[in-house]
Design a protein. Structure first.
Length: 228
């Protein structure tokens, strides 16, 4: 089971890797904070208004506010923002929020694709039919927050839909989350640079319930099956 120190180290190393490979141009290194009563948090060093991302406002306003307040770990070269935040209690993971906010302002890339054809990072964003949408992997095992099937402990939300909670088999480490983002949204760059990105053996325990496994769900790398 990864500790807060393990998770903080992963975020630091992955941040340094992506900067070193010129895949992102702005960053905030993580901060490991002691919140008291056995609670520790791996958060964004310069933490802005995270709750703004959940407000019922147009997506371009959410994106602009997150960018303005630098509420992100990484800003990719195409403007996409990546957030990675974890909270632990007595060294056991309690919550995480792993979010990807692609830039809604892709006209420059899509209207002038010839400028970017030689740069792998842009291969997936220069097509006219691309529709930027946010996604978020959430985990929360606190009592009273989750409901079997309706609000899984670990779930994936697509496009800010309020009731979109696709079950996920377990919490995700930063390594697995960054790999998911690069492989699916920057595949050309991923295939070129994947051997130069740090790897980590850690994985969290399974959290999905038997009823949720009867639905379509996302299988994440895990350590062991949890009794339910």
């Amino acid at each position: 089971m990864p500790t807060p120190e393990d998770i903080n180290h992963q975020v630091e190393k992955l941040t340094a890797d992506l900067v070193g490979l010129s895949l992102c141009d702005r960053l905030n290194f993580p901060a490991l904070r002691n919140l008291g009563q056995g609670c520790r948090e791996v958060g964004i060093g310069n933490q802005g208004n995270i709750s703004f991302a959940l407000k019922n406002v147009p997506y371009h306003e959410i994106y602009s506010e997150l960018e303005r307040t630098q509420t992100y770990n990484l800003r990719m070269l195409d403007g996409a923002l990546i957030q990675m935040m974890y909270r632990f209690r007595d060294n056991q993971i309690e919550t995480h929020r792993l979010a990807f906010f692609p830039s809604p302002f892709l006209e420059e890339f899509q209207n002038n694709p010839e400028i970017y054809l030689e740069d792998e990072i842009y291969a997936e964003v220069i097509k006219k039919n691309i529709v930027p949408f946010p996604l978020r992997f959430d985990f929360d095992c606190r009592n009273g927050v989750t409901v079997d099937v309706d609000h899984p402990i670990s779930h994936l939300t697509l496009g800010q839909y309020q009731n979109c909670r696709i079950p996920v088999s377990s919490p995700l480490t930063p390594y697995h989350f960054i790999g998911f983002i690069l492989r699916n949204f920057y595949n050309t760059a991923y295939r070129r640079y994947c051997t130069q990105i740090s790897t980590f053996p850690h994985a969290f325990d399974v959290s999905i319930t038997d009823r949720e496994m009867e639905l379509i769900y996302v299988q994440a790398p895990t350590q062991q099956r949890r009794a339910v």
